[in-house]
Ligand binder design. Structure first.
Ligand code: NAP
Length: 476
């Protein structure tokens, strides 16, 4: 399906501006031009921070912020198809998955609106110590300051919503730098927020060289918090460089799922087939490693492989497509190299392992892998899943933990004791029981440990990060 060519300016202090330079975006599927965007540099980044700081000098009351967020949710719901097509065109995401993303964003905004209305501090029990007696104290939650938001290509609408909506709920203005591969979804979101009544300066969107814009966000002291979602390498580097500000990191994973013999093997196989390959495995919580009790291993594979073979690989713009392209040539080559390297080290191809006639990577299942292979311990971020048998649950926990990452993990079991043991033993930010570890509802506290990050997103949790507690003590 042909993509629609677009042209967008940048949003800076409520104005859509041109810069004299353009950034072109091409479809990861067909190479067609998706459109061009005015290209920002450090001068625009500094102007954006000025605008955000000016906006925050005139705070918006909570009821107004909530109304804008609710209004945005309504518009997102009305324009779901336009949003989904934008995501699909620029990210190469199958349009049915893009519709789910657009739909989820409605709840991200609604949930942030609820936070705006209920944001409150607490009363401190001062007479609990002799020193405090005779005093009244309370805390208020105040906005932390201007927020620099940097977002990745893979959920170019809803992950932008996860930064912008809680920031506004918290009373913070935002300078947003979306991924260069997917700027149109972010600029569309900004248009919808403006339509919902967001005043100038509260959201500024810059597309341009990442390091140049990132440097301004790191160096300008008025940017009090950087909210980053993307790769671990870039994220931890930003955190090191911005030692005096809060840097929230939502990074990658090499997502494991454990299938016990007492679990529902059919359901586990179906969920792995759906969640290892959706959007060609380019979700930070795509299932990448399945560990299956040895007694259920053959049964699991016999249910998994036909479902993987049945996935429709092709044009992301078609309604029936399950698996489209990966984001660019570099990612494509790297994934194929990792498959070849694993094969050379003894892995067996159980499905896929090659490209289709039109050059897309087929959903790939590898057996006989070892924990040291790249496909086991690094983040593949492609349509690939490994399947390995294990002999004891402790061994499965050790295998699942055998990565520097720790975002989400899953287990299928009918034994509540094993579920609880998994909750205790798996070193991840979230442990999903009888559900794919790819599951996320937008109000959940979502985030990782170890190399996967240092925060939790979900409007309730983000708003806490984006506000500071101010204590007021009154001597009576
Ligand atoms: P990426 O290459 O790290 O890019 C993410 C963002 O960082 C982009 O906007 C990019 O801009 C920007 N960036 C790159 N270098 C920068 C620098 N030096 N200073 C400031 N910003 C810089 O990641 P990606 O390939 O887009 O996304 C995939 C990664 O994101 C995967 O590792 C995935 O697991 C992770 N992810 C995590 C979550 C989560 O919630 N935990 C969710 C989704 C994705 P340019 O595009 O202009 O280079």
């Amino acid at each position: 399906m042909a993509v629609t060519a677009r042209e967008r300016k940048l949003l800076l202090d409520g104005e859509w501006i041109e810069t004299g330079a353009w950034h072109e975006v091409r479809s990861p599927y067909s190479g067609e031009i998706v459109g061009r965007v005015a290209r920002a540099g450090s001068a625009e980044a500094r102007r954006a921070v000025d605008a955000a700081a000016r906006a925050m000098a005139e705070p918006l009351p909570a009821h107004r912020r909530a109304e804008i967020l609710e209004g945005t949710a309504d518009i997102v719901a009305e324009r779901q198809e336009e949003i989904a097509r934008t995501i699909s065109d620029e990210a190469g995401k199958p349009v049915k998955a893009a519709r789910v993303e657009a739909d989820r964003a409605v709840y991200t905004f609604r949930s942030a609106a609820a936070e705006a209305r209920t944001l409150a501090g607490e009363v401190v029990p001062m007479d609990a110590s002799p020193a405090g007696a005779g005093k009244l104290a309370f805390t208020a939650r105040v906005p932390i300051g201007v927020i620099g938001a940097i977002s990745p290509f893979n959920f170019p609408f809803n992950l932008v919503a996860h930064k912008v909506a809680p920031a506004l709920a918290a009373g913070c203005a935002v300078v947003l730098k979306p991924a260069s591969q997917t700027p149109f979804s972010a600029l569309l979101l900004a248009e919808l927020e403006t339509e919902a009544g967001l005043p100038p300066g509260w959201l500024n969107v810059l597309v341009g060289p990442a390091a140049e814009i990132g440097d301004v966000l790191v160096e300008d002291e008025r940017v009090r918090l950087i909210s980053f979602t993307g790769s671990a390498e870039v994220g931890w580097n930003l955190r090191e460089r911005a030692a005096r500000k809060k840097v929230l990191l939502e990074l990658g994973n090499a997502t494991p799922v454990i299938v016990e013999a007492d679990g529902n093997v059919e359901e586990a196989a179906t969920k792995v087939a759906a969640n290892a390959f959706s959007f060609a495995g380019q979700s930070c919580i795509s299932v990448q490693r399945a560990y299956v009790a040895r007694s259920a291993y053959d049964d699991f594979l016999s249910r998994l492989l036909p479902q993987v073979e049945a996935l429709r690989v092709g044009d992301p713009g078609e309604d029936e497509t399950d698996v489209g392209p990966v984001i660019d040539e570099g990612a494509h080559e790297r994934i194929l190299e990792w498959i070849e390297e694993a094969k050379a080290q003894g892995a067996t191809v159980l499905a896929g392992g090659e490209t289709t006639d039109e050059g897309l990577i087929r959903p790939t299942v590898l057996g006989d892998v070892t924990p040291e292979m790249k496909v086991s311990c690094l983040e593949v971020f492609g349509p690939l899943c490994t399947v390995s048998p294990y002999d004891s649950l402790d061994e499965a926990f050790a295998l699942a933990n055998g990565t520097e990452y720790g975002l989400q993990a899953g287990i299928f079991t009918s034994d509540v004791r094993k579920a609880l043991a998994a909750g205790a033993a798996l070193e991840f930010g979230g442990v999903l029981v009888n559900e794919a570890p790819t599951f996320r509802a937008d109000q959940m506290p979502y985030g990782g440990v170890k190399a996967s990050g240092n925060t939790r997103e979900g409007p309730h949790y983000s708003v806490r990060e984006m506000t500071e507690e101010r204590l007021v003590v009154i001597s009576l």
